[in-house]
Design a protein around this ligand. Structure first.
Ligand code: SF4
Ligand code: SF4
Length: 67
C-alpha cells in the first residue's frame, strides 16, 4: 500500500547538492540531469527525511494525489 504523503521537489530552487539522496532511506531520489532532484513517487514513503535535510528547503511533503 502506498503512503499518503509524497515528496515534491521545487525544481526552480533545487541546487542539485545531493543531500536528499544521501538522506533518503528508500533510494527514491536521484539527480538524473544534474540540475535538480527527482523523486520516484512509487518508492517514496513520505517520511520527510529529505525535506529536513535539504539546505534550500525546496522539498515539500504533500498529500499524495488520489490517496
Ligand atoms: S537536498 Fe535540496 S537542494 Fe540538494 S539536491 Fe536535494 S532537493 Fe536539491
Ligand atoms: S520523503 Fe522519505 S522516502 Fe520520500 S524521497 Fe524523501 S526521504 Fe525518500
Amino acid at each position: 500500500m502506498k503512503s499518503k504523503k509524497v515528496a515534491k521537489v521545487n525544481r526552480n530552487v533545487c541546487v542539485s547538492c545531493g543531500a536528499c539522496l544521501m538522506a533518503c532511506p528508500r533510494q527514491a531520489i536521484s539527480t538524473p540531469n544534474g540540475c535538480y532532484a527527482e523523486v520516484n513517487e512509487d518508492m517514496c514513503v513520505g517520511c520527510g527525511l529529505c525535506s529536513k535535510t535539504c539546505p534550500t528547503g525546496c522539498i515539500d511533503i504533500l498529500d499524495r494525489m488520489g490517496a
